[in-house]
Design a protein around this ligand. Sequence first.
Ligand code: GLN
Length: 191
Amino acid sequence: MRIGVLALQGAVREHIRHIELSGHEGLPIKKVEQLNEIDGLILPGGESTTLRRLMSLYGFDKALADSDLPIFGTCAGLIVLAKDIVGEAGYLSKLDISVERNSFGRQVDSFESELVIKGVADDIEGVFIRAPHIAEVYGNAQILSEVEGKIVAVKQDQYLGVSFHPELTDDYRVTSYFIDEIVAKHKKASA
Ligand code: GLN
């Protein structure tokens, strides 16, 4: 399958590497026209205010609003996918969740934790960098993982969102799960 990584900001190359390790083709996406060439899209981490601004500037907000393309958001990408952002307006609103930014405290800007992720594995190393957490889940969003009592991974239909950075380790099982389970299922259903 062909999986795009939104290449406006963030760790694009690392995500492409995980896509390739999963046995699929990874493409950096810079223009909305390229969305027609892919089966799924990854929104990388970075800074979600900048990411939202760049996405609007290049028309990705409108293009994705009208699309049923499967999307995997990591960290800032999760914030972009959420229906509600605490204290701010939601953006793509694909996941029925509310997220809170920078919610693991000021002292610990980043930390790692071994995660149990439902349907994926029970030993995934999560790298959290000024990470958001999912404050509330409603509608059809399903909780896949929690750490310190905070929700850090959710899935809803063809959308997947995690608070951490899977691309920063050598373990590509979360990316494989997105492609081989979520994208594959969506492709089959819409064929
Ligand atoms: N703190 C960032 C934000 O709120 C997200 C951090 C990240 O993607 N690593 O946008």
